[in-house]
Design a protein around this ligand. Sequence first.
Ligand code: DI6
Ligand code: FE
Length: 406
Amino acid sequence: MATARPIRCDRIWRNARLATLATAAPGLGTVEDGLIAAAQGRILYAGPAREAPAFDAAETVDCAGRWITPGLIDCHTHIVHAGDRAHEFELRLAGASYEEIARAGGGIVSTMKATRAASEADLIAAALPRVDALIAEGVTTIEVKSGYGLTADSEARMLRAARRIGSARDIRISTSFLGAHAVPPEYAGDADGYIDAVIAMLPAIAAEGLADAVDAYCETIGFTPAQVERLFAAAARHGLPVKLHAEQLSDQGGAALAARHGALSADHLEHLDPAGVKAMARSGTVAVLLPGAYYFMRETTLPPIDLMRRHGVAMAVATDCNPGTSPLTSLLLAMNMAATEFRLTVDECLAGVTRNAARALGLADETGTLEPGKACDLAIWNIERPAELVYRMGCNPLHARVRAGR
Ligand code: DI6
Ligand code: FE
């Protein structure tokens, strides 16, 4: 019988242990003696070397037994913003409350002022060191929200800056319009009027393709479910998927509202109730856990992790990188916090920054697992076992990062 001709490809990674996170595989979908082949930036094969077809590769990389995971995905960040809130951090250490700080012009409003005063180039320059910190840990996709401009021009400028980061660095950027982050001073006391203004921002943002999703902050200090409902209906009219900051400080029924709108994700969820868990399970809405904000704000109410497990709600883990409640630029440390504070398992943490994070961004067909047809986004690690990626704090064992096969 004629032997099959070798399949031409651009690159092969061999002599590697794979954590494929493959959709149907149990646990991490590990492969002991694995091989990955890629062509034109896409994965052709990822699996046991002994079962691989013959490849004729332009380049072969011997991984010397190192582990390979999918490139990491940080699916919830406010990484584009100007200024910082280090002074507030000192005030809080000295005993000031958030209300006192907010009344003194601190909080989101202080970041809003700095962001409104920044040019697009300033915003990019301020974000790049934070983006580079994530890239250094093997991150290949970052979600970036607006939400510190709170006017049509400044929100669009934030989203343009986010898009341009995807050109300034070899990184996939997913953007979320978060005009409904806080009520700006010019609308003080008129949250409904401001939601009308946010809805009026959508046509231009959609026409320019600036947002991949629409997000909102459903909270006592944010927007009510009724206001979020109006925004989500408008997002649907513009064909934009939605996601929601929900149940961070109280139970507003935000997650159930998000689930009713088929939201990609509901995020934070410390105060999520059983009805919300069931609604998310039914709609397939991903639970994005943000342990950095829980830790930094010294929260004490844990998200209902075990209930979400029992109902099969997919859980993701992200940094929530923002200057007020989670100035965190390490997704590895976010995984350690998710395990240490929220008791996620190692497998759940790794799925939370790969396969489930991709789902939270509507990118499940594009990235997040080592499977044929997906982008060849890889992280290659100097570790003996995957648990090391969650166990250590402040250590980065990345050996190499591959984005779209390069
Ligand atoms: N939840 C948060 O924790 C941040 N935004 C949000 O919706 C806070 C943002 C800030 O304090 O700058
Ligand atoms: Fe957030």
